[in-house]
Write a protein that binds this ligand. Structure first.
Ligand SMILES: [Zn+2]
Length: 342
């Protein structure tokens, strides 16, 4: 059987990948699977809502996929994945990649991981040969693991967002999985958000953004800045579709700055994946005035070299004044319809 195309959204958190994934999920032949590295724990064990609104165990699509994974041990797989993909293993992972070895050493669990993608292809793609599974797990080590699994034809979409915007976004309080969930997503301090941005974006470039190792990896990396996506959603979506070998037909944009979203079956991810209907695609620029001078300087100082590489200015745009205090705490979660990051 032919390998299934997986479009892996790589990068750091709060980079707008949820919106990009949900939009891609509207294209014919694309399946927005969400953050599949969390499927085992958040989806299967904790039975959190699918993108369609049903608890995962009640969603007809995931019921079929889970039936194919009946021999897998979700708790064990989740625990071992966390261990195999941990941050402190990154230097060794990159070293193995440079030597042409599988970046993440193989494990018997990989049979179940490969079966997961094959099962999604069977049950969720109308046509396996032309279909695309969109996995927004983001974590570069997980993408590296996927790249060495049998039956997966990996395309990497590197979504980058200004780290000053992501640092600001991390500080907002929000439920982990919609309003019914009272647990909050983690809120790292500004310096930690900046370092994680730097580490994961640099790792993504090292793993996929350099010179292709051989012909089989040529043309498998596309970098998109979130700011460019919101400035031209239709143009950027078409570019991503062409990158992964699809025809950009039936784009879901009624107007240049709105998108029509129907429910997806994303297994895990940011709460904003549950939005449906016609939604405005506008740049979220609250951070420009909300981020304090000190926080702006901390993030800029820690990420400076990479900022220039990705085309972001070092100086705060003129005409935006910093808030007197940071963070503005507590922050009430605003209407999901107005938030465009994920
Ligand atoms: Zn569903």
């Amino acid at each position: 059987m032919s390998a299934v195309r997986v479009l892996y959204l790589a990068g750091s958190g709060r980079s707008g990948s949820t919106l990009v994934t949900t939009v891609l999920g509207q294209l014919p032949g694309f399946f927005a699977a969400g953050e599949l590295r969390y499927l085992w724990r958040r989806g299967i064990l904790e039975n959190r809502p699918c993108g369609c609104g049903s608890p995962l165990a009640d969603c007809p699509l995931w019921t079929r996929v889970r039936a194919d994974l009946i021999t897998a041990d979700p708790a064990g797989i989740a625990a071992r994945l966390a261990e195999r993909l941990r941050l402190r293993g990154l230097p060794a992972l990159l070293r193995r990649h440079r030597r042409g070895q599988p970046p993440v050493p193989g494990h018997p669990d990989d049979t179940h991981l490969a079966r997961l993608y094959a099962s999604i292809a069977e049950h969720a793609l109308p046509d396996r040969a032309s279909g695309v599974i969109v996995d927004s797990s983001k974590l570069p080590p997980y993408g590296a693991l996927l790249g060495s699994l049998p039956g997966i034809d990996l395309y990497v979409l590197h979504v980058v967002r200004d780290p000053r915007a992501t640092a600001y976004s991390w500080r907002r309080r929000r439920p982990l999985d919609g309003r019914a969930d009272d647990r909050l997503m983690s809120r790292p301090p500004v310096w930690k958000a900046a370092l994680l941005w730097l580490v994961w974006n640099t790792a993504t470039v090292r793993l996929w953004g350099g010179r292709p190792v051989d012909d089989s990896t040529a043309g498998r990396y596309l970098r998109v800045r979130y700011e460019d996506f919101v400035a031209d959603p239709a143009g950027t979506t078409a570019k991503i579709a062409l990158f992964v070998g699809a025809t950009p037909d039936d784009l879901p944009f009624p107007t240049p700055d709105t998108v029509r979203l129907t429910p997806t079956h994303s297994a895990a991810g940011n709460p904003s994946r549950h939005r449906t209907g016609v939604v405005g695609v506008v740049a979220d620029t609250e951070w420009l005035s909300g981020l304090s001078t000190r926080a702006y300087a901390v993030v800029t100082g820690l990420t400076g070299v990479a900022l220039s590489r990705f085309g972001y200015p070092l100086r705060r745009p003129t005409g935006t004044s910093p808030a007197a205090t940071f963070p503005p705490d507590p922050v009430v979660p605003s209407s999901p319809a107005t938030r465009q990051e994920g």
